[in-house]
Design a protein around this ligand. Structure first.
Ligand SMILES: NC(=O)c1ccc[n+]([C@@H]2O[C@H](COP(=O)([O-])OP(=O)(O)OC[C@H]3O[C@@H](n4cnc5c(N)ncnc54)[C@H](OP(=O)(O)O)[C@@H]3O)[C@@H](O)[C@H]2O)c1
Length: 192
């Protein structure tokens, strides 16, 4: 949904397995790091340069906290995300990364989206995941674009990419690229 005066998009940018999972049944992303190898992906810095706000679910936040040991090394948050304002959706009281520009919210995603879009201005709002969280934005007509990096992996189960029913009339393929391993596909979400 284009809010009055808003130039930026609300984008779901994520890596996925071929069979549509963003984490394996144990919540691990080892399969993704293994598939990516040490190849330098220029796409993420290019994408992130357009981001003005980030929103993520509790599991994703907890994964980043644990994986990067952010409570021991809080400065890493700024190294990765700078001063980009971020929102974590949770019903719980989760530890904040000291010094990070981070807010916690719960409930209707429309309120969080309004705050994030305002903060992002002409830049984009990045929905980091997970899938159901992004689905909540799609339900409200607030998802504009999906950018996928499809790893050459099937997982058979895990955290779903986007557990909603969006049909061909809802999604327009706007770009496709590939490298030696990944397919990158961008879809515009049609607001009907
Ligand atoms: N492949 C990739 O590039 C990629 C990208 C992103 C994430 N991931 C991984 O994928 C997995 C995603 O996990 P997930 O599917 O569980 O999703 P998630 O969105 O990260 O977390 C879901 C949790 O967020 C909270 N939540 C969601 N909506 C809410 C709302 N409206 N109000 C309040 N709280 C809300 C709830 O937690 P509580 O009620 O418990 O607080 C819910 O159980 C993680 O393991 C993550 O590391 C992978």
């Amino acid at each position: 949904m284009w809010l009055p005066g808003r130039m930026g998009k609300t984008q779901y940018y994520t890596a996925t397995s071929i069979d549509g999972f963003i984490a394996d049944p144990q919540g691990s992303l080892d399969w993704l790091f293994e598939a990516a190898g040490d190849g330098h992906d220029e796409r993420f810095p290019r994408f992130f340069a357009g981001v003005g706000a980030m929103i993520m679910g509790a599991t994703t936040y907890e994964w980043v906290l644990a994986h990067e040991r952010l409570l021991d090394e809080p400065g890493k948050w700024q190294q990765y995300y700078g001063e980009i304002p971020s929102w974590v959706l949770t019903h719980r009281s989760l530890p904040a990364v000291p010094g990070a520009r981070l807010s916690f919210a719960a409930g209707d995603v429309r309120r969080v989206h309004e705050e994030a879009a305002l903060a992002a201005g002409s830049r984009n709002v990045w929905l980091v995941g997970g899938g159901d969280l992004v689905g909540q934005f799609a339900d409200q007509g607030l998802l504009d674009e999906i950018q996928l990096g499809v790893a050459p992996v099937t997982l058979g189960g895990g955290a779903p990419l986007l557990p909603r029913r969006l049909l061909a009339a809802d999604l327009t393929l706007t770009a496709v690229e590939h490298d030696a391993r990944f397919v990158y596909a961008t879809y515009q979400v049609m607001h009907r």
